[in-house]
Write a protein that binds this ligand. Sequence first.
Ligand code: MRU
Length: 340
Amino acid sequence: MIPSIIWTSEDKVKMIDQTLLPQKLEFLEFDDYREVATSIKVMNIRGAPAIGVAAAMGMALATIEYKNLPKEKFLEAMEEAANVLRNTRPTASNLFWAIDRIWKIIDTYPDNPENLSELIIEEAKLMAQEDIIVNKSIGKNGAELLEDGDVVLTHCNAGSLATVQYGTALAPIRTAIEQGKKIEVIADETRPRLQGARLTAYELQYDKIPVNVISDTSSGLLMRLGKINKVIVGTDRVTSDAVFNKIGTYLVALAAKDNNIPFYVAAPTSSLSLGETIKDVTIEQRDSSEVSNVLGKVRIVPEGVECLNYAFDMTPFRLVTGIITEDGVFTHKELLNRYL
Ligand code: MRU
């Protein structure tokens, strides 16, 4: 799959407009950080690592806008840009991780804004490259868990489109297939935004990886029927006591446990927030219309009835078999020992 986001040679941010997939593969190009912030909010780009890189590139655009200001004014304007980007989506830690990483450069180099701008643009580009390297390592580590003939269930889209390229949850599948193993994917449709049906199915078909889409309510039955061997999902934030991911992940984990099916979470270290616990995390609540209207169009709920639309849930570690990071595969205890 082609990269979901790049920094162009004209110093613009170019991204796939994921709201149009799978019908149209079209691109958006921005030279204003405010537009990047909006694109994160309305989910032209989505997925924890991808929005982290988008935020870093947004910060880089802001430096271009403000680089001719005196240092003090530059800092004020950059604070404002960081706040606008931080206030786009609350749950994925990568967004905050990325902005903090950019901010460290501002803190570390008491340089003039023009030089800072160059450094920050380079850092944002580096973060995009690193994302792919990290995902390939997750792929290599996770592929060891997969056997020839496995059918892997995934929820939402934690693939190439949710990162810069290659994906997190889909990385072990891609690598195992590159190694010659025969692997099939089952993708939950992932109501209400349908990232599984629209995006996971799109990118796997694009790369000729066998995939079947199921309604979210089917995975328990397929597990009981022995048609799923393993589950791999991505994550938006890993705290010391739970894994946050797309709404519905917890139910998949419960069903996997009940059927003795391994449940793995692919997590780049940029998604680890182990100094936090469940109570520190804001679960994004999105507009009621995402649930009441199919893809914002046909209304399926009686007029006047409001819907609850939590975008993420948390899965306790007792349901998680292992966490796949770029450094290896870890149990809960090992994860805390290594990274906390
Ligand atoms: O609301 P989204 O589409 O941004 O949610 C995405 C997910 O929940 C992904 O599983 C998660 O961000 C991991 S992406 C590698």
